[in-house]
Ligand binder design. Sequence first.
Ligand code: TRP
Length: 335
Amino acid sequence: MEKREIVLSGIRPTGNLHLGNYFGAVTNFVKMQETNECYFFIADYHSLTTHPHPDNLQGNVRQVLVEYLAAGLDPEKATLYLQSDIPETAELYLFLNMNAYLGELERVTTFKEKARKQPDNVNAGLLTYPTLMAADILIHKATKVPVGKDQEQNLEMTRTYARRFNHMYKADFFPIPTAYNFGKQLVKIPGLDGSGKMGKSEGEGNAIFLNDDPKVIRKKVMRAVTDSGPTEKNQTKPDPIENLFTLMKVVSKPETVAFFDEQYNNCTIRYGDMKKQLAEDIIAFTTPFREKIEEISADQDYILKVMNMGAEKARESAVKTMREVRELIGFRKIY
Ligand code: TRP
């Protein structure tokens, strides 16, 4: 049998899934779990680097897990777990930190940004965020890591630490992981504020969440930025209008998109009508997710079962790696 790649990615337990996350990342995870050995975990250790007293951390972790399950991650196909259920990660982090240097860690862009944002809490965990991330990846000897652009530098650090470890302990031990992107197939979902991409930090109303109820969706869509309409036939669409069409393309029927496109091109379009249609199509798209989220969230036994199953599978692989790591470094030789 062909050897399956080991794919791993971490999810920060912050907030709810929106359409941008869904089309940008989650659908890929769902596809990957069919053909790879996948590990997906919720990075609760990492959240302590920015939130030392995370309000309701467990609630956020649970909600994230529930939403990913509702979006199609399958605990029978992928290993889904909490980072903190695998304390072996902390041990590997310790070993990797012994060969991680201050200078290189200080140069990491995400560190510099976070240090700027929280000048009163530039803690060692924040500085060594990339070593913890390397430990997450290397503990399962993952080779493919689906991450966004903003995480590529962190992944580069993982490669550095893997190579350094291999060199230091004269072993061809850790595979060197690479970013895993479905490239062109990725759809970048714009926000409703007329610019850029959908994101939860871009301000109220910019993102549509999978668990938004229909009233909220209608309100957000009706408030989306538009302009006073086309004045010439076949005019190029300005960004805010193009954005509405992009959203429509992922949730509506091709005929619907073609209908409004034609109206745009002959200058008869009424954005109010288009938005009404878009809102209804988004509601039709998200309703099954919202219902599934509710259903899973009400089933505490199932959630616990999923977490325990994931912890067990992930620990098996982590324990094995750490036994080998300790031996390579030289611990255990005395007994
Ligand atoms: N740093 C990632 C983020 O901010 C989350 C993460 C933690 C991660 N550990 C990881 C991603 C390991 C991929 C692999 O989104």
